[in-house]
Write a protein that binds this ligand. Structure first.
Ligand code: MG
Length: 371
């Protein structure tokens, strides 16, 4: 919203959606005066009816309402920042109705990247990543041919537990306290387990057609280099900027042009002084290997991993399972679904079925852990 407000001559907000609504959402509606508004939770619908008649916007409700809004809203770009698999249908509808997609919902790409890309191509629209690492790679890849690309290095902040020896008895509060990025609960926990970086390996592989074994992860706790592309002659191209999501969002919204992102200034390298890099401890963060394994299995395995992770992270936040058991739920769900993992991920029915099964299996395991 800040990026759009900053360039109000170029952007008009046609529609907005939120699951729970609230004070910020209502302020956004009053400030940006969108013609369409969608609210996810049925319990919040009545509150917005009054402002709908006062401000004259069209009100939509629920998951189906969101899809209707995307269809009917006169927009040429959709910014999808929904958390988890709930973002998949809205992403597909955006592309099917000829809208460019600024994508901050990585789970959809992980679970259904091939399907999304095919849909974008068929409808002659683009998917532009807003995830900071993928924005960095996308920026580094501009003007390059596939033959020039040798590999990708994703940088990782290391999360809140970089200097902690073991992850036993970690509490939700500790796991939610990310040192640099201010994010929602799901991605903060994913960042603490490094499942987030695992998903980003899959996301990069799907978005940029690069084999997972050519994607590496390095811990770079300053979060200045947002990722790197390695070229066939040994050169590495990096994108550096202050750790501020307004930059990748502004780049994605204005692509292929650049604007000054609101509140983001050029870096002072003299002040930064030094940048550090270290290899991630794969034993401490087994979710990284799990992500690679799901890519190796292929089919709907990444979708299964996404679904199980939503359930496991939810259970951890409710203190139903320990931090370390998040990994165990993921690993257990993946191995319990062994035979059905090979289904074609290009079919939405297969993805939905895998998602449903994975959630069921993950819940079963959580129940057993609690017993
Ligand atoms: Mg990221």
């Amino acid at each position: 919203m800040e990026v759009a407000a900053h360039r109000s001559s170029a952007f008009r907000i046609a529609g907005v959606s939120s699951y729970r609504g609230g004070v910020t959402f209502e302020r956004i509606i009053r400030e940006h005066r969108p013609g369409c508004v969608c609210i996810g939770a049925a319990s919040e619908m009545s509150k917005l009816r009054k402002s709908a008649s006062e401000l004259g916007f069209r009100l939509y409700g629920g998951d189906d309402g969101l899809c209707d809004m995307i269809c009917e809203c006169p927009a040429d770009t959709v910014v999808n920042a929904i958390v988890g698999m709930a973002g998949l249908r809205p992403a597909l509808i955006s592309l099917e109705t000829g809208k460019n997609l600024v994508m901050a919902n990585k789970e959809s790409i992980v679970a259904a990247g091939d399907l999304l890309k095919r849909t974008a191509k068929a409808n002659r629209v683009s998917i532009i990543p807003a995830d900071s690492e993928h924005s960095a790679i996308f920026q580094c890849l501009q003007g390059r041919s596939a033959a020039e690309i040798a590999g990708i290095t994703l940088t990782a902040s290391g999360g809140p537990f970089l200097n902690r020896k073991n992850l036993r008895s970690v509490t939700p509060k500790q796991a939610l306290a990310h040192p640099l990025w201010k994010m929602g609960p799901k991605v903060s926990i994913d960042s603490a387990t490094m499942m987030n970086k695992g998903f980003e390996i899959i996301e990069a592989s799907k978005l940029f057609d690069i084999a997972p074994d050519r994607i590496s992860v390095v811990i770079h706790k300053e979060c200045i280099i947002h990722s790197l592309v390695e070229l066939t002659d040994g050169s590495m191209i990096a994108q550096l900027a202050a750790p501020d999501m307004r930059l990748p969002v502004a780049y994605a919204m204005n692509y292929p042009n650049r604007i000054q992102a609101p509140g983001v200034n050029a870096l002072s390298l003299k002040e930064i002084n030094s940048l550090t890099f270290e290899a991630p401890d794969e034993r401490k963060y087994p979710c990284l290997e799990l992500a690679r394994l799901s890519m190796k299995i292929g089919g709907v395995a990444p979708a299964v991993l996404c679904a199980a992770d939503e359930v496991a992270v939810g259970a951890f936040l409710k203190t139903e399972i320990s931090f370390e058991n998040i990994y165990r739920v993921l690993e257990g769900t993946l191995s319990s679904l062994d035979a059905s993992l090979k289904a074609d991920p290009g079919d939405i029915e297969n993805i939905t079925a895998a998602d449903r099964e994975a959630r069921k299996k993950a819940r079963n395991q959580i129940r057993k852990m609690r017993a």
